[in-house]
Ligand binder design. Structure first.
Ligand code: ARG
Length: 458
């Protein structure tokens, strides 16, 4: 049985199993820096308002700085019998400073304190994740540059569809990731409002200055309703949603990397540093990193669902259920950072095998649309041209030919409009280079996309 700081109307003697069940210190100790930073700003605000003396605030801030240093150096171990990180810091401060330590918790509650700490924590994590995404996009852009004229088949329904370049394909992921970054920045803007000073739920009778305290902590403003301030976890939900979308993008890319590196495709070779062998089959080069990224995506979706579900039935304001927010939040953020890191390495070291891409591009009649377009240029309506092209493809398939080597007289059996320039029209390189519509795979268009992506990174 342990004595509690909240001894008041209750004896504060709870059952040991209940203590353990109730505690969050095992996982919320990672927010110690944010907790201490928040407390320092709080002490300064209390002094500015004359609620504490300047000397008291100085003592509190020095004491807090000492605790921070000792935690960072490992000199001060976290006492896991404390209920949570907020209790632990306050308890340690009081041990070090005596009575003045007990003044820190004036005009606040753990409810606004924890809401503050999570915001501070996620704000930092957002910036870290944004930096990682930026590094990843840079790597994608560099690879897209290398492969900007490497022809490969573009797919729909996983059927070879039309010719593109590998650089064009890679750049599509840069676009997705830039949107992910944009979403995170947007989320950060709403996150950056301070709940501190909402207190337990109903504000306080002390003459506090929440705007001052928010400003010291780098917030853009304050939560405007005290009940909402302590109850709101939208910012975490938004961040987890954004991360879930980011993971979905990584997972799609991972799936393609897995396909491309398969023996069936052999479009790319993954670097040895990012593949694993099999314990029994010596020929294997397994794309484990990509598979794990794909797998971890499910787990991040789970984190988002867990948090949504935790919150959905809660009456205002704080309920202890909310303590369950942290593990999902931390897990999602840790997982996303690790996945972006590892996938940056996978893509940076990946090598395309252009011959295999070219070969696949040459076998799938992916220039059939271009053949139809050729007839359209000669005056046929698209639907009629489409039909003729289809018949020609069918004939090629029967005779084991491709559009590039079907003799002209055979073409002319289908339409008088065919001439020798048809071979120019179905040449894959020409097919790609002619696709200069904005956003298309033509070299000039890809270069434009590349410039735009690089511009976004600056
Ligand atoms: N450890 C708690 C949490 O993570 C802190 C807030 C506790 N507040 C309370 N009134 N019990 O949510």
């Amino acid at each position: 049985m342990a004595k509690k700081m909240w001894e008041g109307v209750t004896e504060a003697n709870t059952n040991k199993a209940a203590d353990d069940f109730n505690a969050s210190i095992r996982f919320d100790q990672r927010m110690y820096k944010q907790d201490i930073t928040g407390s320092m700003a709080h002490a300064r605000m209390l002094a500015k308002q004359g609620i504490l003396t300047d000397a008291e605030a100085d003592a509190l801030c020095d004491g807090l700085a000492g605790i921070l240093e000792d935690l960072q150096s490992g000199k001060l171990p976290v006492d896991e019998t404390a209920e949570d990180i907020h209790m632990f810091v306050e308890q340690e401060l009081t041990q070090r400073l005596g009575d003045v330590g007990k003044k820190l918790h004036t005009a606040r509650s753990r409810n606004d304190q924890v809401a503050l700490d999570i915001r501070l924590y996620l704000r930092e994590e957002t910036d870290i994740l944004l930096e990682k995404i930026r590094g990843f996009v840079r790597v994608i852009a560099d690879q897209a540059e290398v492969y900007k004229d490497t022809i490969c088949p573009g797919y729909t329904h996983l059927q070879r569809a039309q010719p593109i370049t590998f650089g064009h394909h890679l750049l599509s992921y840069a676009m997705m990731l830039l949107r992910d970054a944009d979403r995170l920045r947007d989320c950060r803007r709403r996150m950056n409002m301070s709940p501190i000073g909402c207190c337990a739920l109903a504000g306080t009778t002390y003459d506090t200055d929440r705007v001052f305290e928010a400003g010291r902590l780098g917030f853009d403003g304050i939560c405007r309703n005290s009940l909402d301030g302590v109850s709101d976890r939208d910012f975490a939900l938004e961040m987890l949603s954004d991360i879930a979308i980011l993971m979905m993008h990584l997972s799609r890319m991972a799936e393609e990397v897995i396909l491309w590196s398969s023996w069936e495709f052999r479009f790319v070779k993954l670097d040895d540093a990012y593949t694993t062998g099999s314990s029994i089959m010596p020929q294997k080069r397994n794309p484990d990193m990509a598979e794990l990224v794909r797998g971890k995506t499910g787990r991040v979706y789970g984190d988002l669902m867990a948090l949504l579900t935790t919150l959905k039935g809660l009456p205002l304001a704080y309920n202890k259920d909310m303590q369950e927010d942290k593990e999902s939040i931390f897990d999602a953020v840790d997982t996303a950072k690790a996945c972006v890191d590892i996938f940056t390495g996978v893509i940076a070291t990946l090598k395309a095998i252009p011959e295999n891409m070219k070969k696949a591009a040459g076998e799938g009649f992916i220039n059939a649309t271009d053949l139809a377009d050729y007839l359209v240029r000669k005056g046929l309506p698209f639907r009629s041209a489409y039909k003729i092209s289809g018949q020609i493809v069918k004939q090629c398939m029967q005779e084991g030919l491709v559009l590039e080597n079907l003799p002209l007289e055979k073409y002319r059996e289908h339409s008088e409009l065919f001439d020798t320039d048809v071979y120019d029209a179905v040449d894959l390189q020409n097919c790609v280079n002619r696709r200069l519509s904005a956003g298309g795979p033509g070299l000039a268009s890809v270069e434009e996309q590349l410039n735009w992506v690089r511009g976004q990174l600056d």
